[in-house]
Each structure stands twice: as structure tokens, then as C-alpha cells.
Design a protein around this ligand. Structure first.
Ligand code: PLP
Length: 452
């Protein structure tokens, strides 16, 4: 930091402050973690200065021999760790990985009799003029994914995201009583909608998915089966999700981030069966610019870490801790979506405390507990204020927390929520954002968090 200080002291100070803030609070955001020093150090290297558009051994720039080494090693670790036929480690983030996958599916699956007429093998080989005359065919493809309020992700075909422009989207929700995925409902929606792509994966669903059943449904309607395992990749890597809960043997294409439960650098990756490999390889320049070699190197290091038995112990602890957290909440009278968890996150319905998700998130933050508000199924408060708070265990498990510490986290969080009251909004109506914490509660909780 002293080097940075000489150039831009405010950045050095913000970096120092970020470390202090992360140390003095409890990080329960389900999508965050602490990457190892090896991963962090690998990112700060001279690879950051290198351009390497293209793929291993086939670059549009000179002197890419070391980037080739790095990318090949990262892909090898990803293939072997997940048992995939093919791995693409260039995506800069989860959204990029999904875009690469969507394009690969469109390129492979959209049937164009016109291709034979113009004498080309695939869509990627069309000339500009041919593409102009055929592009309208690509706006009418259908994708079926999990609804946002049931825990799905924006990149699964929803309008605020470009995927919603690429596909005509329909979503499947969860059973209104159990709040679990209802596979019969997914099958019925797939039969009626006949999607080109069936998407599984989530950001805020606290349960495991049966990928064998989902693949069966995809096969029945002739859909490509894509799984976005961004959130739970660490549990797949750590062999907590095996058999029908492991997406890789069942999906045609699996996408992921590398920075959440997988505990690597910020980034994404795509795993695919051989039939999709060529199209996925077109990710750069189709979707991505020059790959970030320093990040691919850090992905290789993180993936090597994830292949150790130590990581398997970590992943199991993440799941055990989530159970302890859920039980801690339930024992203290809190309401959890689906009644519990069997992955790395819990979704707390805070309406019983008379709070919106936004008020709960802010009150917890004041008290040193960092979480994020999240919609619950059929949320009356919508996606901005919400009625839920999502909490995950990957980061604090990395810090060494076990079941006892997570039980204490539940106790502290329940105390904060019980001691918070909504305040009137400036227009005099019941507020959805303002709140008041009981006297001294924030400081008391902060002190208790620091002891953990
Ligand atoms: N897919 C899922 C399921 C996610 O939860 C997220 C991030 O929250 C993404 C994709 C996007 O990842 P990124 O933020 O790296 O683009």
C-alpha cells in the first residue's frame, strides 16, 4: 500500500478502510468470500499487461506463450475438478459466462434450412450480408428459467438483462406451500412453452436441485439443458453435491462464477460437452474482449486449491454451517423460506418482525452484520424493498466459523431484528426504508460480532 500511497493516497486509504471494514463486521453476503493470499497475489502480476485475444495456440497477438500456459492449466484444472469434457476459463464474470453459453446454444441449435441454401455449415460462418438476412430468426428463441422471486437470476432471460432481449422468456416458480421447485410444474411449463433452452440455477434458492430430473424434462421437449452454478460451484467442487445434485454429468452447458463459494478471483467459466466446445471457444471476440491473463492465472491457483481434500472439508463445513444458522433462526422463532436450507444460504422472511428487507438489511448493517435484502416468493414489497434477507456461510466459514459461531450469529441477528421498528416515511405513511434501532443495540451487537 505504501507504493500506491505515493501515487493516489485516497485509493490506498480506501483499500485500507475496506480491509478494516471487512474485519470489523460479519460478512454474510451469500455470494462473497475471502480468496486466499495465493489467489490475490497471482492477480497482481505482469500478466495484467498482456493482450491475448483468441484461444490457446491460436492468438491474434504475438508473444502469448505464457498466457497459453496459464489458460491451459486453468482449463485443465476446471475439466478435471468438475469432470467436464471441455472448459473455457476466459469469461470476465458470471454474466459473461452466461452470454458465451447462450450464444453457443443459439449457434448450435437454431435450425436454419437457409444455411444449406447459402452453402455454409454454421451460423458463425455466415457473411455479413447472409447474417443480415437471417438475423430475425434469432430473436424468437425461447428460454425457460427459474423466476426471480423464487431465487432465479436476472441473466436467465429477464428483461433488465440482455438475455431478456436474446430470448423470449418464461419462468417456473416454486410450490406455493412448500416453496420448493415443483418438477411437475417445470415439466408442464416446458411441454407448453417448448423452450430451446431450459435453465437451472439460482441466486437465492436455499435448496438443492435434482439435475437428473431437469435433464429428463429438457430431453422430453428437445431443449438444451444449461445450469448456472455460480452460487454453489464450491459445493460441487467440494463433492458436497454429488450424484443427481451434481449438474456436470447432466447439463449440456454449465456456467459459473469463480469468486463465490468456489473462493477464487472475480470471474467466470463455462463447462461444456464436446458438441458445444467449438461454439463456446468463440466467446472471444463474440462476447469478450482480450482475456484477463492475470485473472486466468488466479483461477488456475484457486481451482488447484479446490482440488485438495482441505477444500472438500471446507465445502462440507459451508453446508453444515448453513444448517446451524437455519436451525439457530428457527429455534428463535424466525421464518425461513422453504423452512430451512441444504446448501450454503438461508433466506429469512423478515415480515414477521414488521420490517421490509431493506429496513432489515440496514439495521443489521448498523449492527455489524452484512447481508443483503432479497425478494421472497410472491413478495408483496417487490424487488427493491423486498420482504427477505439472504445470508450465506461461505465467507465466515473461510474465517474458521463452525456451527457454534453460526448459532451465535443467528442469535445476534434475531436480537437486532426484534429490536428494530419501522419509522414513518417523510410523506407520513408507514415507511419501507426508515427504521429505528433500540438504544445501544447497534454498539452492543458490533462488540459481540468483534468477539466472534
Ligand atoms: N449467475 C448467478 C446465478 C449469479 O448469482 C450471479 C451473480 O450474482 C451471476 C450469474 C453474475 O455474476 P457476475 O456478477 O460475476 O457477473
Amino acid at each position: 500500500l505504501s507504493v500506491i500511497e505515493q501515487v493516489e493516497p485516497r485509493i490506498a486509504e480506501a483499500t485500507r478502510q475496506e480491509l478494516a471494514d471487512q474485519r470489523s463486521s460479519l460478512k454474510l453476503i451469500a455470494s462473497e468470500n475471502y480468496a486466499s493470499p495465493a489467489v490475490l497475489l497471482t492477480m497482481g502480476s505482469w500478466f495484467s499487461d498482456k493482450y491475448a485475444e483468441g484461444t490457446v495456440g491460436h492468438r491474434f497477438y504475438a508473444a502469448c506463450q505464457n498466457v497459453d500456459t496459464v489458460e491451459a492449466i486453468a482449463a485443465e484444472h476446471a475439466r478435471e475438478l468438475f469432470g467436464a469434457e471441455y472448459a473455457y476459463v476466459q469469461p470476465h464474470s458470471g454474466i459473461d459466462a452466461n452470454l458465451v453459453a447462450f450464444w453457443a446454444i443459439l449457434a448450435n441449435r437454431v435450425e436454419l434450412p437457409e444455411l444449406a441454401e447459402v452453402g455454409v455449415k454454421g451460423i458463425n460462418d455466415l457473411s455479413e450480408e447472409q447474417w443480415e438476412s437471417l438475423r430475425h430468426k434469432f430473436g424468437h428463441q425461447r428460454a425457460l428459467g427459474m423466476s426471480l422471486d423464487a431465487g432465479g437470476h436476472l441473466t436467465h432471460g429477464f428483461r433488465p438483462n440482455i438475455s431478456g432481449k436474446m430470448f423470449h422468456q418464461r419462468s417456473y416458480g416454486t410450490d406455493p406451500t412448500t416453496q420448493l421447485i415443483d418438477y411437475d410444474q417445470v415439466r408442464a411449463a416446458a411441454r407448453e412453452f417448448k423452450p430451446l433452452v431450459l435453465i437451472a440455477g439460482y441466486s437465492a434458492y436455499p435448496r438443492r436441485v435434482n439435475f437428473a430430473k431437469m435433464r429428463e424434462i429438457a430431453d422430453e421437449v428437445g431443449a438444451t439443458f444449461m445450469v448456472d452454478m455460480a452460487h454453489f460451484a464450491g459445493l460441487v467442487a467440494g463433492k458436497v453435491f454429488t450424484g443427481e445434485e451434481d449438474p456436470v454429468p447432466y447439463a449440456h452447458i454449465v456456467t459459473s462464477t469463480t469468486h463465490k463459494s468456489l473462493r477464487g478471483p472475480r470471474g467466470g467459466l463455462v463447462l461444456a460437452t464436446k458438441e458445444y466446445a467449438d461454439s463456446v471457444d468463440r466467446g472471444c471476440p463474440m462476447v469478450l474482449g482480450g482475456p484477463m491473463a492475470h485473472v486466468m492465472a488466479a483461477k488456475a491457483v484457486a481451482l488447484a486449491e479446490a482440488r485438495t481434500t482441505g477444500f472438500q472439508t471446507y465445502a462440507q463445513q459451508v453446508a453444515d454451517n448453513a444448517k446451524a444458522l437455519a436451525e439457530g433462526f428457527t429455534r428463535r422463532g424466525a421464518t425461513l423460506v422453504t423452512g430451512g436450507t441444504d446448501n450454503h444460504l438461508v433466506l429469512l422472511d423478515v415480515s414477521g418482525y414488521g420490517l421490509t428487507g431493506r429496513q432489515a438489511e440496514s439495521a443489521l448493517l448498523d449492527a455489524g452484520i452484512v447481508s443483503n435484502r432479497n425478494a421472497v416468493p410472491s413478495d408483496p414489497n417487490g424487488a427493491w424493498y423486498t420482504s427477505g434477507v439472504r445470508l450465506g456461510t461461505p465467507a465466515l466459514t473461510t474465517r474458521g466459523f463452525g456451527a457454534d459461531e453460526f448459532d451465535r450469529v443467528a442469535e445476534l441477528a434475531v436480537d437486532v431484528l426484534s429490536g428494530t421498528t419501522p419509522a414513518t416515511a417523510s410523506n407520513g405513511k408507514p415507511g419501507k426504508a426508515r427504521y429505528v434501532l433500540a438504544d445501544g443495540l447497534a454498539d452492543r451487537t458490533k462488540a459481540a460480532c468483534a468477539e466472534l
